[in-house]
Write a protein of this length. Sequence first.
Length: 485
Amino acid sequence: MQLSEADLTAVERELCRRSLAEFAKRAWKVLEPVAELKWGWALDAICQHLEAVTDGRITRLLMNVPPGSMKSLLTGVIWPAWEWGPRGMPEMRFVGTAHEEQLAIRDSRRCRDLIKSEWYQKLWPVELSADLDGKREFGNARKGVRQARSFTSMTGVRGDRVILDDPISADNANSDAKLEAARIAFTETLPTRVNSEKSAIVVIMQRLNEKDISGVIKDMGLPYVHLCIPMRFEPARKCTTSIGWEDPRTVEGELMFPERFGEEQVQELEKTLGSYGTAGQLQQNPSPRGGGIIQTAWFKYWTVLPQLEFTEIFVDTAQKDGQENDYCVLQLWGRSTTGQGVLIDQRRSKWQAPELLVNARAFWQKHKGTVFNPRRMGVEDKVSGTGLIQTLRREGIPILPIPRDRDKISRGHDAAPFIESGNVLLPADAEWLSDFLAEAEKFPNGAHDDQMDPMFDAIETIQRRPPVQQAQARPVPTVSHWARR
C-alpha cells in the first residue's frame, strides 16, 4: 500500500521525535543544502547524550571531541530546534556561549534560520516572537528563548539549558590569564545562570590545556557525565558513560570518524598540529604520551654520583600559597666533569615569603660545608624572590639573581636538546622523582611547572662552562642517599 503525503509527514515527525540523529540528518539539508553529510558513530554518541539531557537522565554533561565533529552544529543549532519542535518543548530557554560572542551568535542565527525554514515550519509550526527576533536573541510564542553570549559575559541571562562550546580558543590555551578568567567564569558565574535544579549545563570542547574547563571539572570532581572520543583509539582510555554507552572501537589507533577524517588526513593533521595540538585537540589528552617538549625517556639516572666540577642551588618562587598556585622549589644541581647536569636534592612546598626564607636558608646550610658545598644560589628575581635575594645577600650568602625575561616554553625548547642527549641525571631513589617526571611529561600544558623552571636555569648555567678557578673537581659520595636527606 502506497503511503499518502500526510502519512509520510507523520512518519517523518515520529522518526524525528524519537531520534535527534534522524532529525539532524534531515536538518542538515536545510542548513547545508550543497555540502554532503558524512555521518558516523561518534555523531550518534553526541546525539544520544543530548537526548539523555532532554529526558532528564543527565543534568551535567561534558563532551570532549576533536574539531570538525559537528559538535557546535549538533549542540548549539540542531538540539534546541529539536526540543522546541519534535520533542514538543517550546518553553525551553537556551543560553549558548563560546569564547567569542560572534561564534555564539553564529549558532543562534543558524538555529533561528532552521526553525524559520519551510521544512521545519511544515512539520512543527513553532510561532516565533516578532518582538524578540534577532541574531543574538530570539524567542517563540511559548516563552522559549535562544540567547547567545560570550562565555565570560553571561550577566543577565538564564536558561534551562546552558551550552558552553569551546570556552577558550587554541590561541589562548597557554595564557594563564585567559585560563584563569575562564575558570572564574565557570565556577562563579555559570552555576548562577541556570533556572532551577532541573536545568542542564552542557560543556562541549576540545582539550587544549590541563587547566582548561575540562581540567577544572576533573580536578574539582564535579558530577559531570563525561563523553570523551579521541581521534585515535587508546584502549587504556576507553570511554564508557552512565547511559550505557561505550566506545565501540577495539584496535589501538583506530580512527574515530573515518568517513570524515581518513588515515591520510589525520596524519597530516598530526604533523601540522604537532605533539601538543595532537594530544589536546585530537586525542583529548593535553599531556602527550611520553612527554611534549621534554620526553621522559630522555632522562638518565644516578645511584652513584659522578665526579662534579661544581654545584649550585636554584630557587623558583611562587607569588601566593593558594591551592591553585605553583609551588616554591629549591634544587641542588651539579655539573659533572663530563659536562652533565646532575640533580642532587630538592625541596618543594607552597610557602609564604617568611617560610620561603626559612627553608631557603636551611637548604643552603644543609649543603654548605659538606662535600657538595654549593658555590652560590640562583634565585628567580621577581615578587617574593626579590625580597629573598636582598635578605640572603645581607646574610652573606652569594646570590645570583635570575631574570625571567623569556617565556617558559622558549626556555623549555632551549633545554630540550641537552636533556635529549642524555645529559641530565636524576636521583633514582628520590621520593619526589615520580612527581618530577609527571610534571616534565606534561610541560607546558600541566597544572604546574615549578620544578621545570629551576631545571632550565641549571641547564643554562651548566652549559656555560665556568671559569677554571670555579670549576675545581672534588670527590663526592659514592652512594645516593644524599638525595633523600
